[in-house]
Design a protein around this ligand. Structure first.
Ligand code: SF4
Ligand code: SF4
Length: 277
């Protein structure tokens, strides 16, 4: 199977995004972050993505439903049920062709600090899915810390497949979706995002962990352990990018006044700015 055949099959199986990061692009990574510590003959890291429905953000946006919309269809079932089926099926296709294929969740789990194998590397090698997604040409990390793609903005989750099959790689891209934008920073009711002056924002994760604006804890195995995609910052990003990305909708996402909660949970509702303001 070559790269073009793999990508075609991945799309048929339900992947919305796929890119390949060949060995030379990550060969110099430290052993505790290097795929070869886990799979010694790894030649390619395949990164696949599945989009999150815009509709899954709706209940949080309106402040009327957090769990059975985003919590289930945007996060838990998306990452725990629908998406792994695609990853598993693609691994199966690779193994049918005689290549070993190792599926990995998009998270960075902790592990044992003891050295168990014979390579002198502790049993907590974890791969940064956003680094590999960038190396595989899928997009880049925006100022707000979200991985952004030209197709869906921040609306996707990612998973990795390590394989010993040599595949043609994709070229990394630097997207300029964040140019002249600070919508995520402006939308944060706790001021947990601050401009560092180098065209990047720093996130106060301690403060962020107290956020009641749609932020959810997901666990270390998940693509976004501190899941901010549907929080005030993430929904502001969705709004900021809706006319810049490829997947477009007939109507704008934001329909009503924007709610926010302060650190004590007190709610304020801000009217939508009128056209021209
Ligand atoms: S999750 Fe909440 S506190 Fe954290 S950056 Fe987003 S809006 Fe701010
Ligand atoms: S809201 Fe704007 S600045 Fe923030 S991550 Fe999204 S595109 Fe970048």
């Amino acid at each position: 199977m070559n790269a073009a055949e793999l990508k075609k099959r991945a799309k048929e199986l339900g992947a919305d995004l796929i890119g390949i990061a060949p060995y030379e692009r990550w060969a110099d990574l430290a052993p505790d972050k290097n795929p070869r510590s886990i799979m010694p003959r790894c030649q390619s890291v395949i990164v696949i993505g599945r989009k999150i429905l815009r509709g899954a953000f709706r209940g949080v946006e309106e402040g009327t439903n957090f769990q059975s919309t985003y919590g289930i269809y945007g996060r838990d079932w998306h990452e725990g049920t629908f998406f792994p089926r695609v990853t598993y099926a693609l691994c199966n296709e690779l193994e049918r062709c005689g290549a070993e294929a190792m599926p990995m969740s998009g998270g960075v789990p902790g592990g044992e600090n003891k050295i168990i194998g014979n390579e002198g590397v502790a049993a907590n090698v974890s791969l940064d899915s956003k680094f590999f997604a960038q190396a595989a040409g899928l997009g880049s990390v925006g100022k707000g810390g979200f991985f952004l793609t030209s197709k869906y903005g921040h609306r996707q989750r990612l998973a990795l497949i390590l394989t010993d099959l040599e595949l043609a790689g994709d070229q990394p891209v630097e997207l300029d979706l964040c140019k002249d934008c600070d919508a995520c920073l402006q939308a944060c009711p706790l001021q947990a995002l601050t401009a560092t002056g180098a065209g990047a924002f720093a996130l106060n994760t301690k403060l962020c962990g107290l956020c009641q604006n749609g932020r959810q804890n997901s666990g270390a195995l998940r693509y976004e352990p501190l899941d901010r995609l549907a929080a005030a910052c993430g929904r502001a990003c969705l709004v900021a990018l809706e006319n810049k990305i490829e997947e477009r909708f007939k109507a704008p996402f934001r329909k009503r006044a924007v709610w926010e909660r302060d650190i004590n949970g007190k709610v304020t509702v801000k009217p939508l700015p009128k056209k021209g303001e």
